[in-house]
Design a protein around this ligand. Structure first.
Ligand code: ADP
Length: 231
């Protein structure tokens, strides 16, 4: 889905300006990093694209959806097209790996046999099929993040939003997560990823949008950037 943000401002009560007059266009199938210091507005921007937050002013168009005008009834349909991955995984602790993924498909009423096929395919692709009966707490950080990605993409979203997905992972595990995100991107999914990880941005080149105090201050098409060069 193409994304267009125009003049987007987000003010948290009473007067915290988290984003200010943001203009951003992303084409379907792009991979975009969002970088910038803590508090610069990366998470706020991503959460607005998942329609978890609404802008205080401005327009956000994702595909054919105008997010500000979207009626509540359309939200589940929109969310089905968007996968979300967080640094802290947000897996359900009382479900095993396979159930964590199946849950997403069952929630939208997919028939059981189809659910089983989809779950097997995605867990196999992310090298988790043998670990399917384990509970999140029995899995390593890298496995949990792979599982969170499996859950986010099992419904084949057009847009994948990843907020610091390599945050707590060692370099080798972070690399394997990035390989997965780029392979999902190669299959046509737009990927938007907030990161603090200089190594990742150097090793896996993509467009880099930098935020500072709620504003976009640079936008490099194939970013060779120093994340904290402005310190
Ligand atoms: P980043 O992801 O770059 O660290 P955030 O988008 O989380 O930045 O935060 C941007 C600004 O908005 C910060 O000043 C933060 O404290 C503030 N903020 C974020 N979420 C909320 C909220 N729910 N209520 C009030 N302020 C918030």
């Amino acid at each position: 889905m193409d994304i267009r943000m125009a003049g987007v401002t987000k003010i948290f009560h009473p007067d915290i300006v988290a984003l200010e007059d943001v203009y951003l266009n992303v084409k379907r199938g792009e991979f975009v990093y969002f970088v910038g210091h803590t508090g610069s507005g990366k998470t706020t921007l991503l959460r607005m694209l998942n329609r978890e937050l609404s802008p205080s002013s401005g327009q956000i168009i994702v595909g054919k959806h105008n997010l500000r005008k979207m009626r509540l009834g359309q939200l589940p349909f929109y969310r089905r097209q968007v996968g979300v991955v967080f640094q802290d995984f947000k897996l359900l602790p009382h479900l095993n790996a396979a159930e964590n993924v199946a849950f997403v498909l069952e929630a939208i009423g997919m028939p059981g046999r189809q659910v089983a096929e989809r779950v097997k395919a995605i867990l196999t692709k992310l090298d988790l099929w043998k670990r399917r009966f384990l509970y999140p707490e029995q899995m390593s950080g890298g496995e949990q993040q792979r599982l969170a990605i499996a859950r986010a993409v099992v419904n084949m979203p057009s847009l994948l939003i990843a907020d610091e997905p390599t945050g707590n992972l060692d370099m080798e595990t972070a690399e394997s997560i990035m390989d997965i995100l780029f392979s999902i991107n190669a299959s046509g999914t737009t990927v938007l990823m907030a990161t603090h990880n200089q190594y990742v941005v150097d090793a896996f080149r993509a467009r880099v949008v930098r935020l500072s105090r709620g504003r976009i201050v640079s936008d490099e098409p194939r970013g060779e950037v120093e994340l904290y060069g402005d310190l």
